[in-house]
Design a protein around this ligand. Sequence first.
Ligand SMILES: [Zn+2]
Length: 309
Amino acid sequence: MKPILTFDYELFFGPEAGDLQNTVLGPTEQLLKLLNEYKSTSVFFVDASWLHWLSIHDNRSLKKIQCQLAEITKYGHTIELHVHPHWQDAKLISGRIEFTTYENFRCCDLPENSSYLTDCTNILLETLSFTTQNTLTCFRAGGYCAYPHGILFQTLYNLGIKRDSSFAPGAWNDQYPLKFDYRELQEFKPFDIELGDGVAIREVPIFTYRLSTVQRLYQKALRVASEKHISKIPGRGLVFNNSFTKKLRATTKIATPDNTKYNELPNFEILDFSPVLVGHPKNCNETTLKTLRQILTQYHGISNERFYE
Ligand SMILES: [Zn+2]
């Protein structure tokens, strides 16, 4: 089946966050151009915690984002809510954004009395008032940290957001500050998570696939032998010091066009559901664009409608 393209619209969260123009606005423009060429629509999960921070520290940048979100909705793409709570601890030091701690990294750890999620949602809704979209219906937790969901889903439900797309079946990570475990989950089709009192959140899982040690070695070998596309996008994410053995262990990968070759992705055609892919404008290098073009050609365009079924 045709895949669903989603993009997390955000800066990096490491020693170098990157800059608005070159890390987000420019790459997003390239993505929009490509998607429009194939009359395709996607879902953009906008980091509302970044917008919340900008509303206090940098209104000019917020205005520029506003303009781009208007452009995004104009072509039929939708905007949804993405939150990275560690923006609460971001400081502007000598003109650079620095994350002083990652203690507040996980959305599912937000305390019950916190209004942060509501504040972020309101900022994004305010920003959307300049676009053709006026509601939010879906959420994605930063770093996929939405389980166990605690009060998170009830808070979202109260805000009118009744869908979530954070669960990555089979995947797990415990490298601080990332911590999630979806190994028990094997369902890729949307399902309901009951919250009690007859209300539920509709989970639309992210597509993942298994890579064996042999497959990882094979892909590595192919990469060494082929042309390399180095990203010119400024910024750097968190770097984990993985041991050599860990790098080669069988793993569950989140399906993404980010710096991934088309032939490294599984065959989506044989699936009886539409797999949800997660990309990022900040990782939009030549390899990403080439792969997206191949997907768009293969499936004669992509639509975001399936995501809302
Ligand atoms: Zn994110």
